[in-house]
Design a protein around this ligand. Structure first.
Ligand code: FE2
Length: 280
């Protein structure tokens, strides 16, 4: 269990915002379903519509028996920790979820602090971290997706995380061998949250990753993405260790290049990738 997680389970907007601003995540409880989640989102930011959302900005995440990779969120399958909307240049800064119906078994949410993963790799596997920071070293979401890196150092020392580990990501040849180390670091910092009606989380989508366990029976979650108001939540985190230009691996992935897909179980051809499938 992550020892720095706030434990107060408050859904008061001021408390949620304070927790997200300080540690990147807030655990919420007693949220009255969809309308409550949408109201909370409006109180702390600007709701960002999603491809799959309804007019109020909320998406019902449930098993719809989809079979294509881009819609795996609408199944009962587990989802590896990921960033929502990783295929666009500026993913929304906030992700809010709440459970509306508990499954018969499984379905727990999993979340991971990207800062903890970054600092872990800086200590245990600096060469992996340098590769994961290299610009244009990962293609998120297919040929029309976003060409960037897992960790993106920005101005003022802020680093943003961006990740997906499904069949809709491609890593440059110099990065792919380090994905097992990344997966191992993620596993070391994984936090499992029980899925319970009215409970959920709000997280900084540029700092924390989220996923879920597979489940049986009906499971209904609502998801809203939003952008925080200016100067409230940083678009990333400030790591304890900085990867300098000297240590960064100069590996560049161009869209036209053959791509090493050894890290994905059953990679889809680039032409078949249409849209991200990122859900809580
Ligand atoms: Fe997601």
């Amino acid at each position: 269990m992550h020892t720095d997680l706030p434990l107060r389970n408050s859904s008061a907007p001021a408390d949620v915002l304070a927790d997200v601003a300080s540690v990147g995540v807030a655990l919420i409880d007693g949220v009255p379903g969809r309308s409550g989640l949408v109201a909370l989102a409006h109180s702390i930011g600007t709701v960002v519509p999603h491809r799959d959302s309804d007019l109020d900005g909320a998406t019902a995440i449930e098993d719809r028996a989809h079979r294509d990779a881009a819609m795996v969120g609408f199944t009962r399958a587990p989802l590896a920790p990921h960033t929502d909307r990783s295929s666009i240049e500026n993913p929304p800064g906030l992700l809010l979820t709440v459970c509306s119906q508990e499954p018969v078994s499984g379905g727990e949410s999993v979340i991971v602090d990207g800062q903890a993963v970054y600092d872990d790799l800086a200590q245990t596997m600096p060469s992996a971290l340098a590769a994961l920071c290299a610009p244009r070293s990962a293609l998120f979401g297919g040929a029309d997706g976003y060409l960037g890196s897992v960790f993106a150092p920005g101005p003022d020392g802020v680093v943003a995380v961006r990740l997906r580990l499904d069949s809709l990501v491609r890593f440059a040849p110099a990065v792919a061998p380090h994905i097992p180390a990344l997966r191992a670091a993620i596993e070391r910092h994984l936090v499992t949250l029980p899925v319970r009606t009215g409970a959920g989380y709000v997280l900084n989508n540029r700092r924390w990753l989220h996923g879920r366990r597979g489940f049986a029976g009906p499971r209904l979650m609502y998801r809203v993405t939003a952008d925080p108001r200016p100067h409230t939540v940083t678009a990333g985190f400030r790591p304890e260790t900085t990867v300098t230009g000297e240590t960064a691996v100069p590996t560049v992935l161009r869209r036209q290049e053959p791509i090493d897909t050894t890290t994905t179980a059953e990679p889809a051809p680039l032409s078949s990738i249409t849209a991200p499938g990122d859900h809580p």
